[in-house]
Write a protein that binds this ligand. Sequence first.
Ligand SMILES: Nc1ncnc2c1ncn2[C@@H]1O[C@H](COP(=O)(O)OP(=O)(O)O)[C@@H](O)[C@H]1O
Ligand SMILES: [Mg+2]
Length: 587
Amino acid sequence: MPFGLLKPLVDRAGRYSWIWPSTFLRQAVPRSRCISVLTVLRFMAGYWSRRRPRFLAGAAISFGATCFDLALPWASATLVDAIASERDQNTVWSAWLMFVLMFVGFTLTRNVAHRIWIPVAARNMEELTNEAFDRVQRFPAAWYSTAFTGGSVRQIGRAMWGYDDVTDALTVHVGPAIVVLVGLSGMLLMRSPLAGGVAILSVVLFTIVNLVVTARYVRPANLISTDLDSIVSGKIADAITANASVKSFAAERRELARLEEDTARWRESIERTWSRFVDLGLLQNLILLLMQAGVTGLMVRAWINGSATPGDVTFAMTAFILMSGYLRNLGDSVRGLQKGIDDAADAANFASERTETPGSHPGLMVRRGKVQFDHVCFAYGDDRDPILSGFDLIIEPGTTVAITGESGSGKSTLIRLLHRLYEPQQGRILIDGQDIAGVSLASLRSAIAIAPQEPVLFHRTIRENIAYGRPDASLDEVQRVARLACAEALIDRLPGGYDCLVGERGTTLSGGERQRVALARALLVDAPILVLDEATSALDRDTEEKILRNLANRSTGATTLVIAHRPAPIAAAGRVVRVIQGRALEA
Ligand SMILES: Nc1ncnc2c1ncn2[C@@H]1O[C@H](COP(=O)(O)OP(=O)(O)O)[C@@H](O)[C@H]1O
Ligand SMILES: [Mg+2]
């Protein structure tokens, strides 16, 4: 059923003004909650069918186990009747043996079914996680500018366990429960139509109450708790990521206070969710009471009237115990199913979310490296001011152009458009005459090496970081570009040198050190187009000038765009262009 159910209940509950989740979630989790249960189940079914023979074999054996369970009341009735009618010992013992064998059969088959399923589940969960991660990393840059990293990490992890919950619920619990409930109700009906009728009525009532109360009462509360759970994780990750800023303003208390607001909301919501679970449990037990008293009472009455044997009464008692177990389990399973579906909804949503265009386009053929911005207009959103409005610029192959302009004038935006992290609303960008909108992203991005102002490094060794664009590069090649980027001395000073780990995002290095490592990384790929986006802004003038000299002497023939403010890089370029009011002005 649609997630839209959330809305009225939240309104009625009052304390969560609907405004809060809607506006907040649109920013924090913009993609979730517009997906139907069927879509999520279809998403899961895609995984089940990947290992269909094994999956079906497990299901068939599990059905066999259920049949043994189904026969247990019959076996106990036979045993009691044998005892009550004082038959010979052999008959009694063979009835006893049958009773025991039923359970042996159940245990063995259930165990085998689980063993068949284990690798299926583990493999599917592995693939689901890998695929969700792969998809998320191909989401467009705009997605990343609004998503909470921690939240997404959590969503991927939850989806994995969501798969497990849903699959378990359907195969181990709900399916067998239906078989046992229908089977035992039918068998009761044959022994006593009245008792059978009460059993069927209870089962139907239990199922309807369970489904309706879960969907209308429990699930909406659970959805809010799940969202709050993501939000809390996202905010913890956000604050921990920016911990350096927190420390520098001694804002630990403030951050804690912010988190406390969210955890308090989570607590309120989880209390409500759990109370609703308990309410549901109470309702379930009341219906089970009706079943217990009704079914066994009717059988006892029939025995008094002489129309039922002690075996029939035993049958009713055993059937009740089994059925109530399965029904209660069914309640839990429906809840597990519900929770699993909610948990997997984000990943199913990931699957339908637009990723960057897949590489079915032809590759970019760079012959000389001419770059042309042709009347490019761009804004970061319909509701935002345009950053570029009719930007025209031709950069001849092999030349170096300096691009200057006020901070925020759109210089880095030009580069983002060149890498197609965003698409211009109007105009075209051409490389050697080919519109970059029509070429594969991989070919485009590998033709343009960028050294950014604020590089993000991986928590890997310096060598791995520099060789990121060409993991097979030799140590010699890595050292050569490190020398060009004036990074050699700083790397030699680090413990372990090139094997030194740099900390998450490169936190153990200074801003200028990170810039030099990132510059070396960009130089190593030897791309035909090189972009330095204020890539030496954190360095002292001497080092900056030395790097510029190194680059000028390198003469690889790369077309070079140098975004800079300081005189040295501007003077080093053959041509200077200013970005003013979204246009290029020759300086
Ligand atoms: N992802 C984004 N979403 C919305 N606005 C952005 C985004 N990135 C940058 N901007 C805005 O676009 C403008 C130009 O940014 P940018 O090109 O980075 O400037 P700069 O010339 O300093 O490199 C700035 O006003 C900035 O706030
Ligand atoms: Mg910039």
